[in-house]
Design a protein around this ligand. Structure first.
Ligand SMILES: [Fe+2]
Length: 165
């Protein structure tokens, strides 16, 4: 777990309306075709049987929601960040991939308590020891990760990318 650490619980910072809004509407469709040229593993995945046109997950960037995210309390005011939410309705997946080699830190925050069937794999670990508002820090995005929802409830997570340079 060297690359992953839980830095605290920030449930008080989370507005329950974020999750409600995300559940209530469609964001940007998460399709594999968008990974062409962006993720090294793309060609291998398509060859392996992934369908480039299926909506496997839903993605929400600032332009897809009515709210703005206040500065996360564990970060310094004015730091350079990007954020997005990922929604997996039961049956959806975010295929295993590796993100950029940029100098970044990633923060991952679930918008509901862990539920059996909410699968999150990263850096050879299954992450299941969490509750709403926990924040996990990942040391860059340069290791394989992915998630799936084989439960009976929607799974919403927030990812914040902090640029270190
Ligand atoms: Fe990722």
């Amino acid at each position: 777990m060297d690359n992953i650490k839980k830095i605290g619980n920030f449930k008080d910072w989370v507005d329950p309306a974020w999750r409600e809004e995300i559940i209530s509407k469609e964001g940007r469709p998460g399709i594999m075709a968008e990974w062409k040229g962006r993720h090294d593993v793309y060609n291998k995945m398509i060859a392996g049987g992934w369908d480039p046109s299926v909506v496997y997950w839903w993605h929400y960037q600032p332009q897809h929601v009515s709210f703005t995210l206040p500065t996360p309390p564990w970060l310094k005011e004015g730091c350079k960040i990007k954020w997005w939410f990922v929604k997996l309705i039961p049956g959806q997946v975010n295929p295993l991939h590796t993100d950029s080699k940029e100098k970044i830190k990633l923060y991952w925050l679930p918008l509901q308590d862990y539920e059996f069937g909410h699968v999150f794999l990263i850096d050879n670990q299954l992450i299941n020891d969490y509750v709403l508002g926990d924040v996990f820090e990942f040391n860059g995005g340069n290791f394989p990760h992915g998630s799936s929802n084989i439960s009976t409830s929607v799974r919403v997570t927030l990812v914040i990318k902090e640029y270190l340079e």
